[in-house]
Design a protein around this ligand. Structure first.
Ligand code: T46
Length: 132
């Protein structure tokens, strides 16, 4: 499985750093929604779903967390701990997020609005569909 980590250009100077996110440029889709997770409690694991169509880019803009990505054949576990790095999560990828640092702010850019019918929340169903 190929995982794409997007290296975001960091504009830094003596004042600090700035990263710009632009649709269809460094973010490879039109951005329709942005949400962020923060204040995640210790030992919490989130996600446990795949999306039928949705594509997203996740950025740990502060702190760190781990992602488990599973395409139904292979699992990849990675650490997000760099505000200048975006993890591209393609559609039909099972994801779990865990090991959130206390200060973690995980920002996610999505190519569509929130739609519960796009979620596959049963792992058995995910494996069944991904093996078709
Ligand atoms: C994903 C991972 C990385 C909304 O009302 N609007 C939204 O845009 C989102 C994302 C969620 N919600 C509501 C639905 C639930 O009542 O917020 C609540 C928590 O959502 P959920 O349990 O789906 O959160 P996670 O952390 O398991 O998953 C989220 C995203 O839902 C998902 O698309 O890929 O973060």
């Amino acid at each position: 499985m190929q995982i794409k980590l997007i290296q975001l250009q960091k504009h830094g100077d003596e004042r600090g750093a700035l990263v710009a996110l632009e649709e269809n440029k460094n973010i490879p889709f039109p951005i329709k929604r942005v949400y962020y997770l923060f204040g995640t409690k210790e030992n919490v694991r989130r996600g446990f779903h795949a999306h039928k169509k949705l594509k997203q880019v996740a950025i740990a803009v502060r702190g760190s967390c781990r992602f488990l990505l599973d395409d139904g054949k292979e699992k990849i576990d990675l650490l997000l701990d760099n505000a200048a790095q975006g993890l591209l999560i393609e559609s039909f990828m099972w994801r779990e997020m865990y090991d959130f640092s206390e200060d973690c702010v995980l920002m996610v850019l999505a190519d569509d609005f929130y739609d519960e019918s796009d979620y596959v929340r049963s792992y058995e169903e995910f494996i069944q569909i991904s093996s078709l």
